[in-house]
Design a protein around this ligand. Structure first.
Ligand SMILES: [Zn+2]
Length: 471
């Protein structure tokens, strides 16, 4: 009992089962690496782990072995099938996973609310059951077959260019699958490989399987650290998948009968992988249902972007470039204007206090939806300090600026900056902002700045600042 210890394995037939599947044998290419996917039956109480207050819904499964099956257990890089079992009484049962246990394909059948006893009764040894992929299972299998056959084709074409397939991954739908190769390829090389592969697709090369009895010496021959028949595999056959005139690879996977209608699309760049001893690359590809999904989604992205930019799809790159350039120029202009404005504001403040022969003590609040509102406040403070330093008789000063967005909520950020000619007073005001308004911030010497979270009101938070300045 490997998955659900509480329910015994049910054997329908006791005769030596003849199974249609066999784990990957490996070969010159194809799927040389037995790379099981980490797809296991759904955990029985996943929800309970996440939410301790929710009642645990325990899913039960029975493991069923049939005399023969159309469902593929995971192996050779190809994930397991899902499907249905129809018991003799006409009940339909979901197969959520198929795993190879030794030489047997074991179906993981969801018990659901019918109960374990009913499941054990339905699958008593010797019962006749119907195994089917079902609609969802067929869609999943068709996708797996398309990409698996495409991988054999792609690896065969890459082999002719001295680029052996080191491994491959049949990623979950609809992400592109990939083959790992010893080095990166140029866009031109990739286009040429794609052309060669699709030429064979247009020719509609046939794909068929050769089956040989599995002998001990064959197991020995192909056994290795990562290539070969799993050591627990017994009583099966050795399969060779042949693409007419193109490729022969030992493989346990399921394949299309012909390359026609396959259409292989290679994503025109490789992703480099740096490992301790080697540098390899991933070449991503799409075929069949994944290719259609990819084209549909990329077309949708392109169309909606073209709509936003009010242009035709072919003009999108040019328009986006233009928008990015415009944005850069606008940002630069805002920065320049802020700098210019800062100097004017600083001079105006000093002018307003001219001749009053008392220190400049001031609090000013602004509304600003800029991403970096603190940047502008700092810019004014620097302009002020410079302007004051240039005066023959500088006036002592203590100034606080704050800036809030136009629409404030509990999560809004108001930025505050304090600067003055007396470092001690700057620190004191900063300490009041921290203790009374919970402003998170700090400073050094004549400057202090921080962030306030929530709604900043002139007659509430503003009053606290005014009081701090009068201390
Ligand atoms: Zn294969």
């Amino acid at each position: 009992m490997e998955v659900d210890q509480s329910h015994p394995k049910t054997l329908i037939q006791h005769e030596a089962p003849f199974l249609t599947v066999l784990s990957c044998l490996g070969g010159s290419h194809g799927c040389p690496y037995h790379r099981p996917q980490s797809q296991t039956p759904p955990p029985v109480n996943k929800r309970a782990k996440k939410d301790k207050t929710a009642p645990a819904k325990v899913e039960s499964y029975v493991q069923v072995i049939t005399h023969d099956t159309v469902l593929f257990p995971e192996g050779g890089g190809q994930p397991y099938d899902i499907g249905t079992l129809t018991s003799a009484d006409g009940e339909l049962w979901d197969v959520v996973d198929v795993k190879r246990h030794g030489g047997h394909a074991v179906h993981y059948v969801r018990v659901s609310d019918r109960g374990v006893d009913a499941a054990l009764k339905a699958f008593t040894s010797g019962s006749i059951v119907n195994v089917a992929l079902g609609e969802a299972g067929l869609a999943r299998r068709l996708d797996h077959m398309c990409v698996h056959t495409s991988q054999h084709l792609l690896s065969a074409v890459l082999d002719t260019r001295d680029l052996p397939t080191l491994s491959w991954s049949l990623t979950p739908y609809p992400a592109p699958c990939y083959v790992e190769i010893p080095r990166s390829m140029s866009v031109e090389e990739i286009a040429s490989v794609q052309e060669q592969a699709n030429k064979l697709v247009f020719e509609g090369r046939k794909v068929h399987i050769e089956v040989q009895e599995l002998h001990e010496e064959v197991v020995q021959k192909y056994d290795g650290p990562s290539v070969g028949i799993p050591t627990d595999y017994t009583g099966g056959v050795q399969r060779t998948v042949i693409i007419d005139g193109v490729d022969r690879s030992h493989c346990c996977g399921t394949h299309l009968p012909s390359l026609s209608n396959l259409q292989l699309f290679i994503i025109p760049h490789t992703e480099s992988l740096a490992r301790a001893s080697t540098t390899s690359a991933r070449l991503y590809f799409l075929a069949g249902p994944r290719l259609i999904t990819y084209l549909t989604s990329t077309h949708t992205f392109l169309s909606s972007t073209a709509n936003i930019l009010s242009c035709g799809a072919p003009n999108v790159p040019e328009r986006v470039e233009q928008v990015v350039d415009d944005r850069k120029r606008a940002t630069k202009r805002v920065e320049d204007l802020e700098l210019e404005l800062s100097a004017t504001i600083a001079k105006n403040i000093i002018a307003a206090f001219q001749g009053k022969s008392k220190p400049i003590v001031l609090y000013k609040h602004r509304t600003d939806d800029a991403i970096n509102a603190l940047g502008f406040l700092s810019s004014i403070s620097f302009a002020f300090v410079n302007e004051m330093a240039s005066r023959a008789e500088p006036t002592p000063y203590l100034i606080v600026f704050s800036s809030s967005p136009s629409a404030q909520s509990a999560g809004s950020t108001t930025v505050v900056t304090v600067f003055g000619s007396d470092e001690k007073r700057v620190k004191e005001v900063g300490d009041v902002l921290k203790s009374k308004l919970n402003v998170k911030g700090g400073g050094k010497g004549p400057r202090w700045s921080g962030k306030f979270t929530g709604v900043w009101k002139e007659n509430r938070e503003g009053t606290v600042v005014e009081d701090a300045l009068r201390l």
